[in-house]
Ligand binder design. Structure first.
Ligand code: HEC
Length: 113
């Protein structure tokens, strides 16, 4: 039985090692993917959180347009303190600092002028 497995296993190890050993890829994408997951799960019910598409809730600005009004870093304090003035139905649970950084890092990647 075990003779069947070495080949696929070796292939998988090669792929994992390649991804883990490439510094340009390892820090960035996993960071950004989890920020994207946060945006989708916590904000995506109302806001468009990708580089295209309309917001599910009319009136909620697409996240890719936020930097047109102010730097996305400005969200850090609002999220940390659980305050979102003028934001109806906004979930206002305080955020973990690491999650805020992930979300902001992701938001930076989707901004369009
Ligand atoms: C229940 C729907 C809903 C959810 C969930 C939601 N938003 Fe909003 N959001 C809105 C609406 C509606 C507006 C527009 C409010 C307005 O301009 O009066 C808005 C506006 C905003 C704005 C623009 C505020 C400004 O002054 O320009 C930001 C930034 C924002 N939301 C961030 C978030 C983030 C980050 C999350 C996830 C943690 C989130 N929102 C989740 C409905 C929502």
């Amino acid at each position: 039985m075990s003779l069947i497995f070495p080949s696929p296993t070796a292939g998988l190890c090669f792929l994992l090692a390649f991804a883990a050993c490439s510094p340009a890829v390892s820090a960035g994408p996993s960071h950004i993917t989890s920020g994207q997951d946060l945006a989708i799960s916590r904000c995506g019910g109302c806001h468009a959180v990708e580089t295209t598409g309309e917001s599910p809730l009319a009136g909620a600005p697409p996240f890719r347009a936020l930097a047109r009004n102010y730097p996305v870093e400005n969200l850090e304090e609002a999220l940390a303190e659980g305050i979102f003035a003028g934001h109806p139905d906004m979930p206002d649970d305080p955020w973990e600092p690491a999650d805020i950084q992930r979300l902001i890092a992701y938001l930076k990647t989707i901004q369009t002028p």
